[in-house]
Ligand binder design. Structure first.
Ligand code: G3P
Ligand code: CA
Length: 269
């Protein structure tokens, strides 16, 4: 097999820091994204949803329970309340991680707004922005921020930094988003590629289709590529075997919580 580089920008197999370097630092915080950059990764994945008063914030779960010191639904909490929360106290970095570790490893971490995130990383990274919730205004609100910080003018080639790709498991969010931002690359997150999903993706004008890494097959990848779709995976979890499988399958890249370890794993293939 020819060797493939895996670090920055437009290589054959792109490692996307999932919620930042989220094995090493608290997910979806500046600490996690900054660490990903320090480790040499310029492709970030993150999750966006709206607060009760319509501010786009970067939180993965529906609730604040797991990743902050508060409870309740993000969609039912104001931005003022969310900005008062700590988003790092829950996280004890692993002893073998690239970041800090221990009970107070990240005492200052907070939940970033999409605006704060875009301002901080503009011109530096390719962001794979996942429209996480079903909220009808999510795509339009995100577009305003992306426009304000100049992200809609950036190169939209797949995984080239700086740049932007919008993704979602929610097909209706992709429909809304692509109608508002037709020049931006969009990809559909799903469990498994099949004929119906390929047809729907092509008809909507998506540029990518993103199956679960544990379920993708070479036949599905070939079919998707022949339909003009980029395939990248998600769902590596903590499995080096699944990472190797994704790499060998020929997909364009994957999200992974531990990109620095993944780089070493791939280098040893
Ligand atoms: O790369 C997409 C991946 O982030 C989807 O899963 O649940 O981690 O948002 P999830
Ligand atoms: Ca995600």
């Amino acid at each position: 097999m020819p060797s493939r580089t895996t670090n920055l920008s437009n290589n054959d197999f792109t490692l996307i820091a999932h919620r930042g370097a989220s094995y090493d630092a608290p997910e979806n915080t500046f600490e996690s994204f900054d660490l990903a950059l320090e480790l040499g990764f310029d492709n970030f994945e993150t999750d966006v949803q709206l607060t009760s008063d319509g501010t786009a914030v970067l939180v993965h779960d529906d609730t604040l329970d797991r990743t902050t010191d508060a409870t309740g639904l993000v969609a039912e909490t104001s931005i003022a309340k969310i900005k008062s929360l700590n988003a790092g106290l829950w996280f004890e970095g692993p002893a073998d991680g690239a970041g800090a570790h221990g009970p107070l490893a990240y005492p200052e971490a907070f939940v970033p707004t999409l605006d704060e995130f875009l301002e901080r990383y503009t011109g530096r990274v390719h962001v794979h922005l996942e429209l996480k919730s079903t909220q009808p205004d999510l795509a339009a609100t995100s577009k305003k921020s992306l426009e304000q910080w100049g992200w809609l003018d950036q190169h939209t080639g797949d995984s080239i930094a700086p740049g932007l790709t919008i993704s979602s498991f929610r097909f209706e969010q992709l429909e809304r988003s692509i109608a508002l931002m037709p020049n931006i690359a969009h990809g559909w997150l799903l469990q498994k590629i099949d004929k119906a999903s390929l047809k729907a993706a092509v008809e909507l004008g998506l540029s990518g289709i993103y199956p679960n890494a544990g379920k993708v097959t070479q036949k599905q990848i070939t079919d998707a590529n022949e339909a003009g779709l980029v395939v990248r995976t998600w769902g590596i979890g903590d499995s080096e075997a699944v990472l190797r499988r994704a790499y060998r399958s020929g997909v364009a890249g994957t999200t992974v919580d531990w990109p620095a370890i993944a780089r070493d794993v791939i280098a040893s293939i």
